[in-house]
Design a protein around this ligand. Structure first.
Ligand SMILES: [Fe+2]
Ligand SMILES: [Fe+2]
Length: 360
């Protein structure tokens, strides 16, 4: 995924192409089994559920996603100082963040439209509201660079991946909580080092990530209402999704290290900090976590990064040799992933208290 600085996004078409790209590392759009979503029963966790819906109803971020009058001038002044690499990486970061925010928006909205179960319908409506604010807020920042993405067109033309509801719960829970952990870690770093804040959008991250945190809480409650999803053979799925989500993030961040470096963070330190936060939060719902401090885990993650870089070089090379090398890289990556999967995990009892506060 490394390209040269000349391949900066130049037009809305470039941004749309990147948003539509289907690779292992780019955010996807999902569909699911709506009838099964409609049958979800939250009565085992009714008290927590109703308290959560009341928080959504209170909508404490209703006035947050609006740009201040100085926003555009600040962007113009700051971006004049950016290196070409930072410009490219930051614009890609905006497109990939937009795609994942909008992916949530589309999925939650489709579920909302297809179910009549009032609990699920209400939740999905609130989350659609939040994600649509997030996506539109990011899109305004892309428009500053003439790179606004046509979201209606993206919704129509992007490929969709079908996930059973339980996979949606594991994957979406994790991506919401990781989203929280990423945004809060950046926000805290820039609180300590305001001189490194190279774009005003980072000032919005604190209240923004509380939305993501609450979305994660919603999926935690849905899973806690169905204990079968958190035990027995499903533990193997939890392990799989934890590793898939962590590994994707790690490889992606290491293909554009400029972003975390511009924020004064080493990409590996940043990622392990995000893993620590996510792992701690996820004890509310997952009976196991990955031992991300284990030397074999860390070595495996770095190996995945070098395999991904080799695959990119093979792709650039092209031709028969390039294709063979790419196939070899895919096999090595699968083997490496399999070894990481088999590493021992940490086990926990689920706490009686199901909810966690966003205290990082
Ligand atoms: Fe969001
Ligand atoms: Fe979210």
């Amino acid at each position: 995924m490394s390209h040269s600085a000349e391949q900066t996004l130049q037009s809305p078409e470039d941004a749309a192409r990147l948003a539509k790209a289907e690779t292992v590392l780019t955010p996807r759009f999902y569909t699911t089994d709506y009838a099964a979503m409609d049958r979800l029963d939250v009565s085992p966790i009714r008290a927590e559920w109703d308290a959560m819906l009341a928080e959504y109803e209170g909508d404490n971020n209703h006035d947050h996603f609006q740009r201040t009058p100085e926003f555009a001038a600040e962007v113009a002044a700051l971006s004049a100082q950016w290196s070409p690499q930072l410009r490219r990486d930051f614009q890609e970061f905006l497109v990939s963040s937009l795609t994942s925010e909008y992916s949530g928006c589309v999925l939650y909205n489709e579920i909302q439209k297809h179910v009549s179960n009032p609990d699920i319908k209400a939740l999905m409506r609130y989350m659609t509201r939040d994600e649509s604010r997030h996506a539109n807020f990011i899109n305004q920042s892309l428009k500053d660079f003439g790179l606004g993405v046509d979201l209606v067109n993206l919704k129509r033309s992007k490929a969709y991946t079908y996930f059973k509801p339980k996979y949606i719960f594991y994957a979406t829970y994790l991506s919401e909580k990781i989203g929280y952990a990423r945004y809060i870690t950046i926000y805290r770093q820039l609180e300590r080092h305001p001189e490194l804040r190279f774009h005003p959008i980072f000032r919005w991250f604190e209240r923004w990530c509380n939305d993501e945190f609450r979305h994660g809480e919603s999926f935690a409650l849905i899973m806690r209402a169905q204990p079968g999803l958190l035990s027995g053979a499903n533990k193997l799925w939890i392990r799989f999704f934890l590793l898939a989500v962590y590994a994707t993030m790690y490889v992606r961040d290491h293909t554009r290290p400029w972003l975390s470096e511009a924020l004064g963070m080493d990409p590996s330190d940043y990622d392990y900090k995000v893993f620590d936060i996510t792992t701690e939060i996820s004890r509310q719902v997952f009976p196991l976590s990955l031992d991300t401090d284990h030397p074999a885990f860390r070595a495996g993650m770095d190996r995945l990064c070098s395999i991904s870089a080799a695959a990119e070089r093979a792709k650039q090379r092209g031709g028969l040799v390039g294709r063979l090398q790419q196939g070899l890289c895919a096999a090595r990556a699968a083997l490496c992933f399999g070894r990481l999967y088999l590493l021992p995990t940490l086990k926990h009892e689920l706490p009686r208290e199901m909810r966690v506060a966003p205290s990082w």
